[in-house]
Design a binder for this molecule. Structure first.
Ligand SMILES: Cc1cc2nc3c(=O)[nH]c(=O)nc-3n(C[C@H](O)[C@H](O)[C@H](O)COP(=O)(O)O)c2cc1C
Length: 284
């Protein structure tokens, strides 16, 4: 076998292994290319246990540069981020987020914000009145921008051996978080992001995902006829994953159904619309 052939074979093996890890089944397709970026993306896992070790100088700025390199709607850059270092503030956010200890333990904790106040200030400086900011559209733009920026930071962190976990649960108490961080009207927390060196003594595997056939449509939205069977397969795969991670074996369909049938499962986030209105975003 030539060296090119053996490189191609190795890439095919790596891609098949990564795809198998993600779906817990053999790939139904051949990856036309394989590289370190794809390996990183398909190997993503959230990390909720961190070593007690500071991040090297420059890490924060590197992650923010990656975040700022994300696409942003109309180049408006409608997001900001707060580094929360104060231990008391971290403790409050951890408690409000359902006692998530990694919020306190991570060496770096960021809160990503949809920030429409900056555009308002810029417009005011130019003598304009920001009359569109009561609409839903700019809020969607700010939330999407914040999410894209944060995900770039996540990929950058993972590329240098760090682990991360998003903390959407801080929206349980979004107004309290906004007050804690001193946010002005029209700036709202979207989620937190804990970043640190993964604790190698705590298992962290690649969590399987739904079959591509469940999420991928061509031309028209058409759930597959065997969607229920594919979801049942996924329930089994996720349960196996949970057992391997020493977590309670749960059905994905149970969890996902609970979220859409039980208001209390939103843990406070069911009041988000009213909270956003109080934070200066009436969503008309
Ligand atoms: C917007 C967002 C909010 C999330 N909030 C939380 C959270 O509050 N706590 C937590 O432990 N994980 C949180 N997660 C992580 C998800 O639970 C995780 O991504 C999902 O279970 C898939 O697992 P994986 O990231 O390991 O592949 C959040 C993820 C996203 C994208």
């Amino acid at each position: 076998m030539s060296s090119i052939e053996s490189e191609e074979r190795a890439a095919a093996d790596s891609s098949a292994a990564a795809i198998h890890r993600r779906y817990r089944r053999d790939a139904a397709f051949r990856a036309p290319e394989w590289n370190a970026t794809l390996d990183l993306l398909l190997g993503h896992r959230s990390i909720r246990a961190f070593r007690d070790r500071a991040l090297p100088a420059g890490t924060l700025e590197l992650l923010i540069a990656a975040a700022q390199s994300a696409p942003t709607s109309s180049n408006l850059q409608s997001w900001s981020v707060v580094v929360v270092s104060d231990p008391q503030a971290r403790a409050s956010i951890a408690e409000w987020s359902g006692n998530q200890k990694h919020v306190v333990e991570a060496p770096l904790f960021l809160v990503f914000l949809a920030d429409l106040a900056r555009a308002e200030r810029v417009a005011a400086a130019a003598g304009g009145e920001a009359t569109t900011l009561d609409l839903i559209e700019p809020v969607v733009v700010g939330i999407v921008d914040a999410a894209l920026a944060a995900q770039n930071a996540v990929v950058a962190a993972e590329s240098i051996g760090l682990g991360t976990v998003y903390i959407g649960a801080l929206r349980n108490r979004i107004e309290d978080v906004a007050a804690l961080l001193g946010l002005p009207p029209r700036v709202v927390p979207v989620f937190g992001l804990a970043v640190g060196h993964p604790d190698p003594s705590v298992a962290s595997g690649v969590k399987p995902r739904l079959s591509q056939r469940v999420v991928l449509h061509h031309d028209h939205y058409a759930p597959p006829a065997d969607e229920a069977a594919l979801v049942a397969d996924y329930d089994a795969a996720l349960k196996a994953f949970q057992v391997e991670q020493n977590l309670p074996p749960v059905d994905w369909s149970y969890l996902s159904s609970k979220r859409v049938t039980d208001l209390a499962s939103l843990a406070g986030r069911q009041r988000l619309r009213a909270a956003l209105e109080k934070l200066g975003l009436p969503l008309r």
